[in-house]
Design a protein around this ligand. Structure first.
Ligand code: GLC
Length: 530
């Protein structure tokens, strides 16, 4: 197996609206990101993935794309983008864009043409259906963001499909011209030097061509939100998706060293099908969201590691994430102490890790008052905690006004506890989350066993998860106590010096059975492997 940068390296996810505002309008921009590249280089990551920066009416904050080959003026210009790319590359940082292929904005010229008349030559680029025989939507399909997935367009008397907002009409991937047009945009960015794409909402790409109703979900609970009321049998994970992805991969493979990452909220046995087949590979890294889904117990974590490893096809390279712009932050979900344990797992498990911006300084969700809600999902389906504003709060650079994010009024509140939770303060503090992330990333780079080695899951011991990583005769032991109390761990015959701990002042080596402190995780170099 070759060790491409995207296997051994780590990825940092930037939500551009919230990273750094260079022009004082309260929203982050490309110049802001460019000015903070040193933070990423210091941290020790290898690539940044930018959530969408294309021209957009911002109904879904950029995930409603009005032009696949431009930059929204809010974020800057194409020249700014080229400069960012150049400066990132000069520091050895790769740049990954977000490709929103499932849908466009309703203001994309393609959709404006498509909705103009039934006979328009772009009509079939989107999914139009007559009303049901008695009137109303063509079938029972639901929008992820609440309400039906169909909106009636009065001008032509037909409904169009939108898996998300009505401002995000779904493209019709059964029409060859759609693929051609989107692939053209992919080439545009690859030719500019972009290092890959994160494929947004990719499991929705194809829908049932007979438009059958989705079945009810028997285990639905109202607090899951209305979308979960049905099983998305006919709107997600359809077999046709694989052929389109294999064609996309073939295109991308024409450019050396590029990567495809897929957003796929699927169980392991479905997720791994997106690696593709040997003769027709698809996505390099189908995102593994399991750590966002499970209860944070040693039993669940060990099971997740074991089941994921077992499900991977031989050529399938693993990957891990703890958070993103759609989910509550890890430090909020697990608390600050276990967030450190989680970071150690993320950066020592086998596979490519992705760090969500701000998690490296332990940022927590920032609540947003109901009248200040920006996320359209929360606006459509209020009160269930589905809103995504809290995890999108501005990055904290220092303890100054607005945490150094903007000189204007930030588009979302910065939140409290800024004195402690900011980059400048943590840079000076060896016990900080930032220092821990830097140490972990440095260790990952120094130890091929972490970047490239095999993984052997050891039997769980109560609240302690443990595994070995091995490469070229070197073996590391990772031990993580997920309890807030001290726990005994018996390493068997394994001995060796402690290379890294979440805690200061521990033993320098493991002497045999020993006590892990509350919320402690460590990495040991095995001098005598078991
Ligand atoms: C993905 C994105 C999310 C967006 C949705 C629609 O799930 O991560 O932020 O709202 O797709 O594009």
């Amino acid at each position: 197996m070759s060790f491409d940068w995207w296997r051994t390296g780590s990825i940092y996810h930037v939500y551009p609206r919230s990273f750094m505002d260079a022009n004082g309008d309260g929203v982050g921009d490309l110049e802001g990101i460019r000015g903070r590249l040193d933070h990423l280089a210091d941290l020790g990551v290898d690539a940044l993935w930018l959530s969408p920066v294309y021209p957009s009416p911002m109904a879904d904050f950029g995930y409603d794309v009005a032009d696949y080959t431009g930059i929204d003026p809010l974020f800057g210009t194409l020249e700014d983008f080229d400069r960012l790319l150049q400066d990132a590359h000069a520091r050895g940082l790769r740049v990954i864009l977000d490709l929103v292929a499932n849908h466009t904005s309703d203001r994309h010229p393609w959709f404006e043409a498509s909705r103009r008349a039934r006979g328009d030559d772009k009509r079939a680029w989107y999914i139009w259906r007559d009303p049901a025989p008695g009137g109303g939507p063509p079938n029972n399909w639901l929008s992820e963001f609440g309400g039906p997935a169909w909106t009636l367009d009065a001008r032509t008397g037909q409904y169009y499909l939108h898996s998300y907002l009505r401002e995000q009409p779904d493209l019709n991937w059964r029409h060859p011209a759609v693929e051609e047009a989107v692939f053209g945009a992919v080439r545009f960015w690859l030719d500019r030097g972009v290092d890959g794409f994160r494929l947004d909402a990719i499991s929705h790409l194809f829908k049932d061509d007979q438009f059958r109703d989705n079945p009810p979900n028997p285990s639905w609970r109202p607090e899951q939100g209305p979308y979960k009321r049905l099983i998305p049998l006919h709107v997600a994970d359809l077999p046709e998706t694989h052929a389109a992805l294999a064609r996309l991969r073939a295109l991308v493979d024409g450019y050396p060293g590029r990567v495809l990452i897929g957003e796929l909220y699927l169980p392991f046995e479905r997720l791994v099908t997106y690696y593709g087949r040997h003769a027709a590979p698809e996505i390099h890294l189908p995102t593994n969201f399991v750590l966002l889904r499970i209860a944070w117990t040693a039993e669940e974590i060990a099971r997740a590691i074991g089941e994921y490893e077992a499900a991977l096809p031989q050529a399938g390279w693993p990957n891990w994430v703890l958070g993103n712009h759609d989910k509550s932050r890890v430090a909020t979900r697990l608390g600050p102490a276990q967030a450190r344990v989680a970071a150690l797992l993320l950066l020592t498990l086998r596979g490519t890790p992705t760090i969500y911006y701000g998690d490296e300084i332990g940022m927590e969700d920032v609540p947003v008052a109901p009248e200040d809600v920006r996320d359209p999902w929360e606006r459509n389906v209020p009160g269930l905690g589905l809103g995504r504003d809290p995890e999108r709060s501005p990055m904290r650079w220092d303890a100054g006004p607005n945490a150094g994010f903007t000189t204007g009024t930030p588009w979302l509140p910065v939140g409290g506890d800024v004195e402690r939770v900011n980059v400048a303060a943590q840079r000076a503090d060896p016990g900080s989350p930032l220092a821990l992330h830097r140490r972990l990333l440095a260790l990952r780079r120094a130890e091929p066993a972490l970047g490239a080695g095999s993984l052997l899951l050891l039997p769980r011991q109560g609240d302690v998860v443990a595994y070995e990583r091995r490469h070229a005769g070197r073996a590391l032991l990772v031990v993580a106590n997920v309890a807030p109390e001290a726990r005994r761990f018996d390493p068997g015959p394994r001995r060796g010096p402690v290379l890294l701990s979440t805690h200061a002042g521990g033993p320098e080596a493991i002497p045999g059975p020993f006590l892990l402190r509350p919320d402690e995780a460590l990495v040991v170099l095995l001098s005598q492997a078991g």
